[in-house]
Each structure stands twice: as C-alpha cells, then as structure tokens.
Design a binder for this molecule. Sequence first.
Ligand SMILES: Nc1ncnc2c1ncn2[C@@H]1O[C@H](COP(=O)(O)OP(=O)(O)OP(=O)(O)O)[C@@H](O)[C@H]1O
Ligand SMILES: [Mg+2]
Length: 684
Amino acid sequence: MKSTIELASFVSQYYGPQDFSHLYWNGNLQEYIDILMKNPKIARNSFQRIHDMIMSFGVTKYTEYKKEVTRYHFFDDPIAQGKDAIFGIDVHLMKFVNFFKSAAAGYGTEKRILLLHGPVGSAKSSIARLVKKGLEHYSKTDDGALYTFEWFDEVESDILGGSKIFPSPMHEDPLKLLPMEARVKLLEQVNKLGYQHKIRVKGDLDPASRYIYQQYLRKYNGDWAKVMKHIKVKRLVLSEKDRIGIGTFQPKDEKNQDSTELTGDINYRKIAQYGSDSDPRAFNFDGEFNVGNRGVVEFIEMLKLDVAFLYDLLGASQEQSIKPKKFAQTDIDEVILGHTNEPEFKKLQSNEFMEALRDRTVKIDIPYITRLDQEQKIYRKDFNSETLPVHIAPHTLEMASTWAILTRLEEPKKSDLTKLQKLKLYNGKTLPGYNEDNVKELRKEAIREGLEGISPRYIQDKISNSLVKNSHTGCLNPFMVFNELESGLKHHGLINSPDQLEHYKELLAITRQEYEDTVKNDVMKAISVDESAIQTLCSNFIDNVKAYTQREKIRNKYSNKLEEADERFMRSIEEKIDIPESRKDDFRREIMNYIGALAIEGKQFDYKTNERLHRALELKLFEDQKDTIKLTTIISNVVDKVTQEKIEVVKTRLIKNFHYCDICATDALNYVASIFAKGDAIKD
Ligand SMILES: Nc1ncnc2c1ncn2[C@@H]1O[C@H](COP(=O)(O)OP(=O)(O)OP(=O)(O)O)[C@@H](O)[C@H]1O
Ligand SMILES: [Mg+2]
C-alpha cells in the first residue's frame, strides 16, 4: 500500500483561513476610530506596547537576601518553549523592565537609548531577541493589535506615483492623519477610557505621506473628509523578516558605514518617474530607523558605530526623530536597544563624545550568572539525555558550571573562605558562621563579580566538542568535558596573561577535586542510601546535642530510661568532619543556635542545608555500612559472587536514584574504588 498525505486537509488542521482574515483586517478610518474607542490600547506607543507585552506573561515574586525580587515570565521565553530563556539575573532584568515601565508612563526614559552592557556571552543578544520575538508574537494577538494605513485610489493616480496604492512607508498610526488639534481633542476622549497609561500619538506624518496628503487636500479644496476616502486602515503585524517594526543594525568596518543604512536612501530608479530627487515618494524608507518604527531597533555592538552616526542615534532618542537625506526631520516611535561589551565601553569612556551618549543612555548591566543552579539551567536547555543520543553523566553540566562560576568569582576578603565555599554559599548552602546577611555582604564586597571570567558560550562550545568526540562511548562524563575545557584554554582569545591561564587551570583542578568528592559521595550514598536512615541518625544526633548543650538528660528510646547525652556517638559524627575535642562545644552550640534561629522564622531544620553536618552524617552512615561491601575488590579482577551481587545492587541504585547509566555507573564505581585502593581516607 502506498502511504500518502492529503496535503490540503493535513495543513488545514494547523492553519485556517480565519488566521489570515483576522490579521488582514482592513477598514476605513471611521471603523478604526470605532475600534479605538472600544480599545484604546491599539494606539499605544512602542514603549507602552513592549511593557504591556512583557507584563502579559505574568510574574512571580520571591525573596532573596530579604528583598523582594520579581521574575517576569516573559524571560522564560514561553513563546519559543524556553529556547531563549534567561536565568539567574532577575535583579538586572527588573531594571530592564523598569526602563519600559517608566517610559510607558512617559517619565522620560522614552527619550533614552537602552544600552545593555556586559561581558561577552552574557545574554545581551538573547534578551534583544526575546524582545523582538515577543513583539512579533504580541502584534498578532488581540491584546497586542496595532494598525497602520495605506493610500489608495480607484484609478492609477499621479498623486500615488502612477499606482493605485501607496502604503504608509513607515507603518504609521492612522491617527497621524488627523489634523493636530482634532487629534489632541480625540486623544483627550480616548484617555478617559481607562487604559493605565496616557495615549499620545506624537509627531507628523512621514515626508511621503505628508506630500500625498497635501496633494489630495489641494485636489479636494481642503475637504479633509474627502481626502480620507483614500485611506484604508490595516492591521499591522510586526515582523523582523518582513522588515516591519523591527530593525537591526550591525556595524561593519568603519569605512563602509553609511548613514543611509539608518535613515533610508533616495531611490534612483524612481527619480526619473518623479522628476526630482527631492520628491519624498522617490525615497526608500528602508533604513533601520525607518523599519523599526512602531517597534524596536537593535544596535549590535552599538559603540562600534562611527561617531558621525552616533549623532543620528542621539537625535533619534532625544528628539524621537530622524533626518533622512534631503528631507525634513521625520518623527519616529521606537525603542532603541543597543548592546556593548565592556572593552568597547571602556575604550570610549575617555572620549568626550561618550559624555553626550552617557547622558542620553540608560545603561543596564547584564553580568554573568554567579549562582550554580542557575548556570546549569543554560546547559540543560541544550544538552540533555532526553534529546541527545548520548547519555550525560550526572554532575557533568554541574561541574562545567562550577568551573565557569569559579572563574567569575572574586577572591573572598576573608582568608578562611575558599572560592568554592563562596560559590556554595551563593548557591544557597550554609556554612557555620554565615547567614543571609553575611552572604549579602560577600556579594557586596565583590564589585566586579560576574563581569569577568569564562562565558557560557565557551562552556557550550566545549561541551558540544566533547559530545562530538565522545559520542561513540554512549555517555559523556565530566572528565571528558574537563579535558576539553582545559585544552581549549590555550586558544582562548580573551585570556591575556599566563597568570590568568594558570589561575583558570588551578580552578579546574579545584573543580576536578570537587567532582572526586561528589562522585565519591554518590557511591557512598548508593551504598548507605536510605534518606530515612540519615534522617533518623540526624534526629538522634540533634537530640543528643540538645541534651548536651542544655545539660539535660535524654530518654533512651529502647529502655525508656533517662540517660546522659551519648558523648561517644556525637564524637563519632563530629570527628568525620574534623571537629577537634576543643571545638566540639562551639560546634554543638552553633548547630543549636542555627536551629533556634530557623525556629524563630518558623522554618524547619533540614540537614541538607547544612553541608558540614550533612556530610558528617553520610560519612557516619557509610562507615557503619561500608564493611558489608568490599568496594576495593571491584578493581581487582577476582570478585567473589557475593560481592559481585552487592556491587550490582549499588550500581542499580546509582542508576535508579542518581540518574547514572550503566556506563557511567560502572565508571563511577571503578573510579571511587581506585581512590580507596590508593589508600585515601574516606574523609578529607
Ligand atoms: N543568564 C543567562 N541565561 C540563559 N542563557 C544565557 C545567560 N547568559 C548567557 N546565556 C547563553 O549564552 C549564550 C551567549 O549569549 P548571547 O549571545 O545572548 O550573549 P551576548 O551577551 O550577546 O554576547 P556578545 O557580547 O558576545 O555578543 C547564549 O546561548 C545564551 O543563551
Ligand atoms: Mg551578542
């Protein structure tokens, strides 16, 4: 039997004519005003529209360092199923959204350039992409609808350059066709309708429409209503590809820059038709500023722009108008979104021109992520075992992220804190002597944190490389990625001194060590698994510590007799993490204080948040159980049947509970066994 697809009906499941008609609505000016009086939002300016677009996806609030932080779901990239989601820099994204909030209200930022500033690969372009995609999408929804117009005539008309239609070349709002005073009065009515911001439709028609308008006005002896019979209002769908409402400018080499790329150019073919190069109908309004009208224009590497153009830019933002060659100022309504790297920004800092720019710019820092769990989300998006033909061993992405973040952190001022510990504190773990306030202090003292170090792009590239190189093994593990990360450093363009190279390598060694500990821990956990056993051990320990610090007795669960706290038991745990006899009182008091502080906030103590205690408990449990399985025998070839069975059990647990696959579970067991065989103490 031949299999086939009946194309028309297949496609009709996914696309209906109503999708088309809806977006291609057209009508006359009166009908447009009727829509407007029901829904004033159709006449929002670009800042208001983008702000509402961002808000339309909703928010979540959470507290961090005792401050409320808003997460805008827009940055989860719901439109493209998370493809460009931005993680871990919510506080900065809030500033970004606030720019639009204030511009929407007309507080002045609508006259500023929005400049994203940050190190390479810090998601600046991704943020710009989100805004552009968001606008495209929003303009297709009922909520985000906007309109423009075209001129038309029954016959081919000289006024329209010999044709029957002439679209508004900069996709302007039809309200611009109203004489100024009438427009102002109409908007007064519109602004009583309850849209949260004031609707303002500013400025004049573009030169071509103004010319046509005047020609018709002359033809009809000033009868405006008759002129408007030549207007067809249309729904406007913004589209980067169609160059409607979304412009992008990327500077090429400095000698080749030409202002027509920004503000449009004379169409030499049409000059013959119109007989003059100052006829605005012979002008191509296809510069990026023209294209971006009603939406956004993005300036990639904005500060690489030739200084001459930067003045165009300043005018565009401050006056919200541009100057096309040979024509009068032309009003625009668009967001100017630039980005720049730090070196470029610094280079221009001494330049006097920069001052003018700085003054008209709202600069928003987009740093690298400094929270481990957030950084990992970047890589999980692209690299996960569900979509790849290769399994990704547990901790692979975590370790790559750990190293990336270590390169971004500043050395803590307190000498007893390592960078790795700092990383963990940032990631929400606790250490004795550190609470939220201290961690906030740590963040404060580090001024350049997140502005330097290894970029996510480097990590992404190296993970891809190692995937390609190791795909035949069926499983990608951290060692493979470590090797790739290390060998790439030699050619890394942004490492500019041998010291820095050395430093990054040292951090890699620290990360490898961290992995060793982590994988050891997994194996230990798989051996001693059983969360409930740890939980019981923990409660038991806490009960004893509490009795000890408060000089009380404790009831023995079995004999039901009151007894002294079990000193030997407590020490057996404390020794696992090197608490000396002389420090044990302090340690026990710290723990009780910590639990007490939590209780005041109404929170429950969870041993997992106390890394040292967690580890101590695991080690103790492991020690109690490890003799039942002779791990070191794995690497000798003679394994008796009983041991082999036990090993299989551990392996199965690694697979079931810790997301290992058969390959990496075997690797992990071998690796840990070899560490033990070398005679390393389990605790370190
Ligand atoms: N905070 C973040 N959240 C999610 N992804 C991120 C984040 N930071 C960087 N990335 C990822 O890193 C990669 C590089 O990002 P992007 O191209 O947006 O950076 P950029 O700041 O524009 O870099 P450049 O300065 O080199 O142009 C992208 O794949 C992006 O998804
Ligand atoms: Mg970029």
